[in-house]
Design a protein around this ligand. Structure first.
Ligand code: ZN
Length: 202
């Protein structure tokens, strides 16, 4: 595919990977095996969503996963080769652009769930790949900056922080429970929501 010149090697790899995932899911569904050998996409559900640790090259993906409603962290002080152990210790799913992580014993024996996401893909492609691999569906958006819960807030309580023009037409506001940022469903929010609907199943 890449030699045909239409796509980069990273795009070609991701496309083949998605195709393989589709085939693996169909085979899994037909066999309907028990949860003990469950692949990544069958381990999580609405009540038990995955929480993520992203490697430093996937900081943008972490922000988008938060917008899709998932907890996604970076570990700035942890060297790259320690990330798999860190994710295992904290019970997190590791998202990494380093394919060699997949060879680690803790991945092969199923104790650590890892999804490989090439950093050369566009943001939407990275999100789509992670969503397919882990069976993600859209949840209530979290703060893109820190991952905190967004709490609906009365307009009057935050009026001094609302740009005057926005206050004229927008009545619904949210404040992040962690970092106190103010959010509203403006054009930026709508663009983000449209991308999420295209890339992550509802
Ligand atoms: Zn926040």
């Amino acid at each position: 595919m890449a030699a045909c010149g239409r796509v980069s090697p990273a795009h070609a790899l991701a496309t083949v990977w998605l195709r393989e995932l589709g085939a693996a899911k169909r085979a899994w569904n037909e066999r309907s095996r028990g949860p003990s050998s469950a692949p990544p996409w069958a381990r999580f559900d609405e009540a038990n969503p995955p929480r993520f640790l992203c490697d430093p090259s996937l900081g943008g993906l972490a922000r988008w996963l938060r917008a899709a409603g998932y907890e996604a962290r970076l570990a700035p002080g942890v060297p790259g080769h320690r990330l798999p152990d860190e994710a295992l210790r904290r019970g997190l799913v590791l998202l990494t652009s380093e394919a060699e992580v997949l060879d680690r014993r803790i991945v092969a024996d199923g104790s650590l769930v890892v999804a490989w996401v090439p950093s050369a893909l566009t943001m939407a492609e990275q999100l789509h790949l992670a969503a397919v691999e882990l069976g993600l569906t859209l949840r209530e958006s979290r703060c893109m900056a820190c991952g905190g819960r967004l709490v609906p807030t009365a307009k009057e309580a935050v009026r001094s922080r609302i740009p005057p023009r926005t206050a004229l037409w927008q009545d619904d506001y949210f404040v992040c429970a962690e970092c106190d940022r103010l959010f509203w469903r403006g054009t930026h929010w709508e663009r983000i929501a449209a991308t999420l609907r295209r890339t992550v199943a509802a």
